[in-house]
Design a protein around this ligand. Structure first.
Ligand SMILES: Cc1cc2nc3c(=O)[nH]c(=O)nc-3n(C[C@H](O)[C@H](O)[C@H](O)COP(=O)(O)OP(=O)(O)OC[C@H]3O[C@@H](n4cnc5c(N)ncnc54)[C@H](O)[C@@H]3O)c2cc1C
Length: 450
């Protein structure tokens, strides 16, 4: 089949290539769209949106498939992964990243000019979706929410128009796109700020299972006193006994502290010293590192997999709650492998941005996430009750959700609503009515127009 004025590839389930074009990083969910349009340009995106709008077909969009909110069943899936252009303007300290660019592309191009952007923990994640969802940056306590660094957004809205949206040109739409994600159009490129940053003091500290309670307790206390230049998180990870895992960590249930400090190295070393003093480290890679090595701090796997994850943004996380979480997820706590992660927020993330956006819960002190790999035949239904118990532990301090981490069965209308401040959600609904009254863009973290 064809889409008028569409130069890329159009596929239906009858075509070879359909499966590749709808495949996502998240293997627990598959899109089953009626049509996939693999775009080769922004004009293709506009042609596809017009085609769908004329036929009342819902539109979904995908880059890497790292963050599939709901599977696109039926409708038109626009695959933007081929639009990978990244251009850095070193004088203006900005980058323009197309819809298919990943953070590793921006990191590489920016580093050539001694610059860096507000990327997250995994360089393989797509730039556009991460920014539209708020973006909890690995530099967040120092640099703020990643979406606060967006200067311009090129987007195709539901009427099929290609627009360049800025705070001056369309203040309402610019506000809504930064936080409202795929609800207001298909973004074809973003322009964002870069910072001068060639090196940082960062890396990972790994501790063995017997030290897990002491490490979590000391980490939590330590976060109360560190400056905004200190960005960190901690994870509890059962590592498989496989050759891909480095020998000192293989088959161990470890506490993994991640450090990204943006002050000078001596100050960083003094700040990290109390953590180093908790217990012997299995691995200690905290050092002055070139910025392009940023992905080694979290060292997240880069191979597609199935997983179920829940999370909360919390205003506080008392030690009693951490103890209970460790009792449930810690070494010996459960049969299936569970990953628990606590990211320290606050600092610049808690400050009001220069240009307001729809991103909510800036007052969160921590981000707490639980992840169950869906391996060996395990399904989301098998692990849901366990996640409910974990979520209940943090519920008393929960402020809401971060859109970037609401996937699959967890991307319910209630949870989407809980990503926003109540007044902001009502404003998003009103803007959705204005820009997408027929809810063409509904195969996403949907904000219904009514
Ligand atoms: C290993 C890992 C680490 C992560 N670390 C972080 C982190 O540190 N901080 C953080 O904030 N998030 C993080 N995330 C979450 C990540 O930001 C989201 O999953 C994000 O949606 C991924 O974007 P993508 O383009 O890679 O994925 P996709 O699945 O391709 O996109 C996700 C959704 O975004 C929307 N979308 C995609 N492209 C467009 C577009 N061009 N226009 C409009 N809407 C679009 C669509 O609804 C799409 O379904 C992480 C995810 C993973 C898997």
């Amino acid at each position: 089949m064809t889409i008028p004025n569409f130069q890329g590839t159009v596929l239906t389930s009858a075509d070879e290539g359909y499966d590749d074009a709808r495949a996502a990083f998240q293997l627990a969910g598959w899109h089953r769209p009626d049509v996939v349009g693999v775009a080769s340009s922004a004009s293709d995106v506009a042609a596809a949106v017009r085609y769908a709008a004329e036929r009342g077909m819902p539109v979904a969009v995908q880059n890497t498939g790292h963050g599939m909110p709901v599977p696109a069943d039926g409708g038109l899936l626009i695959n933007v992964s081929g639009l990978t252009g990244v251009a850095v303007d070193p004088g203006a300290r900005t980058a323009r990243a197309e819809a298919g660019a990943r953070w590793r592309d921006v990191v590489r191009e920016a580093a050539a000019h001694g610059l860096a952007g507000p990327n997250g923990s995994a360089p393989s994640v797509g730039v556009v979706s991460y920014l539209l969802g708020g973006g909890i940056s690995i530099l967040g306590r120092t640099a703020g929410h990643a979406s606060d660094h967006v200067r311009a957004i090129e987007v195709v809205t539901a009427d099929g128009t290609e627009r360049r949206v800025t705070a001056d040109s369309d203040p309402d739409l610019f506000w809504a796109l930064r936080g409202g994600r795929a609800n207001f159009g298909v973004v074809t490129a973003v322009e964002l700020d870069l910072f001068p940053l060639e090196r940082l003091y960062g890396g990972a500290l790994y501790f063995d299972a017997e030290h897990v309670p002491a490490v979590f307790a000391a980490y939590r206390e330590w976060t109360a006193s560190v400056p905004d230049e200190m960005n960190s998180s901690i994870a509890l990870v059962p590592l498989p006994d496989l050759p891909m895992v480095p020998e000192p960590l293989r088959g161990r249930h470890v506490a993994h502290i991640r450090i990204a400090y943006l002050g000078d190295a001596d100050a960083g070393e003094r700040l990290v010293a109390p953590l180093r003093g908790i217990a012997p480290r299995l691995v200690d890679s905290v050092r002055v590192m070139p910025y392009p090595e940023i992905g080694t701090i979290h060292n997240e796997p880069d191979v597609p997999m199935g997983y179920f994850t829940t999370h909360a943004l919390v205003g506080d996380l008392p030690q009693t709650a951490v103890d209970e979480l460790l009792r449930l997820t810690g070494p010996g706590g459960s049969d299936a492998p569970r990953i628990m992660e606590i990211r320290h927020l606050g600092g610049a993330m808690a400050k009001a941005p220069a240009v307001p956006s729809a991103v909510g819960h800036r007052d969160a002190a921590y981000f707490v996430a639980f992840l169950s790999p869906l391996v060996g035949g395990l399904t989301a239904d098998d692990v849901r009750d366990f996640h409910d118990r974990l979520d209940a532990v943090v519920a008393p301090w929960k402020l809401g959700h971060a859109l970037n981490f609401l996937y699959g069965a967890n991307a319910t209308p209630e949870n989407v609503r809980a990503a926003y401040e109540p007044g902001d959600y009502e404003r998003l609904v009103a803007l959705k009515r204005a820009y997408d009254p027929s809810n063409l863009f509904r195969l996403n973290h949907n904000i219904p127009p009514a």
